[in-house]
Design a protein around this ligand. Structure first.
Ligand SMILES: [Zn+2]
Length: 109
């Protein structure tokens, strides 16, 4: 399960940096183009945090919409994941947002 591995790496990143802190909240950004299912991450979070200093922490997930710009006609559009194709027929597009998966902030007690 893709989301389990992602959740594990998020939790590992937080415990590595804040090994002594009691973490109460983690805010994550999961862009629409990452293909990661936020609900699955929420589900995995409780399992993965068990026995760590993140146990019982809340998880907030921000899901920015995807945005692409077509290099052929210049149109900016919201792609229909996983197909990044402009309505003009070009697949030569630049992803402007929605491709990031990152920790936005962590709150400690
Ligand atoms: Zn286009």
């Amino acid at each position: 399960m893709h989301e389990l591995a992602i959740t594990e790496s998020v939790v590992a990143a937080v415990t590595e940096r804040l090994p002594e802190a009691k973490v109460t909240l983690v805010r994550l950004e999961i862009g629409a183009l990452t293909g990661v299912v936020a609900d699955s991450v929420r589900f995995c979070f409780d399992l993965v945090t068990e026995g760590t200093n993140l146990e019982g922490a809340s998880l907030e997930i921000v899901e920015p919409a995807a945005s692409c710009r077509c290099r052929s006609c210049g149109a900016v559009f919201e792609p229909d994941w996983p197909i990044l194709m402009c309505s003009c027929g070009s697949a030569d597009v630049a992803v402007e947002s929605g491709a990031d998966l990152r920790i936005l902030s962590v709150k400690v007690a």
